[in-house]
Design a protein around this ligand. Structure first.
Ligand code: PMP
Length: 358
């Protein structure tokens, strides 16, 4: 049976990329060895590293005054690295509270400086993105942190706040490469790889050059963006195999129409599922319509026992990892770039059958 993996992350990867990795698993090019076995200082690896960076630059049209870094420690380490490096002048920052990861980011920042919360959507279980007005950002601050796509609650920003010039730092872990962005709207973008980029273990950071190298003297090297910039993300051994797979994904996207084509495909996939949800009398999408994510689609039947049955029976259709996050229950279909439209159609077919029987 064909399996469709709706996991929120680690998530499905393009089959073409996995096939290429399989072909090259034992021997990469003329090297006579696997990428996993290569020195990170070798010419072969260096080429992989530089191509991955260059392809990501092409995909997102990253301007020259931004650095691309590959860091370990997941997006969660960025929750700490961001304040360590950037909360240095005013020693405080704005954090918009839109979900569990936003809360975690905020909690880490609080250990290092002052945190101001201009808006939150906690009052309605994070089912929406609060309205952000320029008047909310008048205090001196080093940056404004947002979580662009809220993986657990299925919401996303459809427009960026006017912060009156304060740099926007965004967590794009669950939506990077899914839709067009304008990199120069941001001071810093970070994203764990395991959804739209590659395997877990790599985190991509795109940082405006004036924001790197601002860390205090006593900052541990491995937490200092300046050290990563200076050493081309090779101050120590980088996660070489993860970067290699990420590079294959970037190149695959470039060959298939880039971000624009991906966005159109993602919008089509999400519309199929939301349209069905809106027409159904059994299922209810949980996020406010205006803020719906096109990556993580959350829904419930309104009956926890029925939700449980849904998740169990879905498996018989090859639909796996559709259970909602443990903190909210219900269902969540994570439909990242690599989820084919056939997967959505299969899910809807199952949902209709289940609805008929329920
Ligand atoms: N931010 C967001 C939006 C996420 O979805 C996740 C992981 N699901 C994280 C942060 C944490 O990422 P990591 O596990 O890579 O630290």
């Amino acid at each position: 049976m064909k399996i469709y993996n709706f996991s929120a992350g680690p998530a499905c990867l393009p089959k073409a990329v996995l096939r290429q990795a399989r072909r090259e698993l034992m021997f990469y090019g003329e090297s006579g060895m696997s990428v996993m076995e290569m020195s990170h200082r070798s010419a072969d690896y260096e080429e992989i590293h530089e191509k991955a960076k260059a392809d990501l630059r092409k995909l997102l049209s990253i301007p020259d005054n931004y650095h691309v870094l590959f860091i370990q420690g997941g997006a969660s380490m960025q929750f700490s690295m961001v304040p360590v490096n950037l909360m240095t002048e005013h020693r405080r920052a704005y954090y918009v509270k839109t979900g569990e990861f936003a809360k975690k980011a905020l909690a880490e920042a609080k250990k290092l400086g002052g945190v101001m919360v201009p808006a939150s959507s906690e009052d309605r279980a994070f089912a929406y993105i609060p309205e952000l007005k320029k008047e909310m950002f008048t205090e001196p601050a080093d940056y404004v942190h947002i979580t662009q796509n809220n993986t657990i609650y299925g919401t996303r920003y459809t427009k960026l706040p006017d912060t009156g010039g304060l740099p926007i730092v965004t967590d794009m872990s669950s939506n990077i490469l899914s839709e067009k962005i304008n990199v120069s709207d941001y001071g810093l973008i970070y994203a764990g790889a395991q959804k739209n980029i590659g395997p877990a273990g790599v985190t991509v950071v795109i940082i405006r050059e004036d924001l790197a190298g601002k860390a205090p003297e006593n900052t541990p090297s491995m937490l200092d963006y300046g050290v990563y910039v200076k050493n081309d993300s090779m101050y120590n051994t980088p996660p070489t195999y993860g970067i290699y797979i990420s590079g294959l994904v970037f190149s695959h996207l470039l060959k298939n129409g880039g971000i624009e084509a991906m966005q159109a495909y993602n919008e089509k996939k999400a519309a199929l599922l939301y349209d069905y949800l809106d027409s159904s009398s059994l299922y209810k999408a949980t996020a406010d319509k205006k803020d719906r994510s096109i990556m993580n689609i959350t829904f419930v039947t309104g009956d926890a026992a029925l939700d449980k049955r849904f998740v169990a029976e879905a498996k018989t259709y090859g639909i796996v990892n559709i259970k909602g996050h443990r903190s909210v229950g219900g269902m969540r279909a994570s439909i990242y770039n690599a989820m084919p439209v056939e997967g959505i159609k299969k899910l809807i077919e199952f949902m209709k059958d289940f609805e008929r029987k329920a």
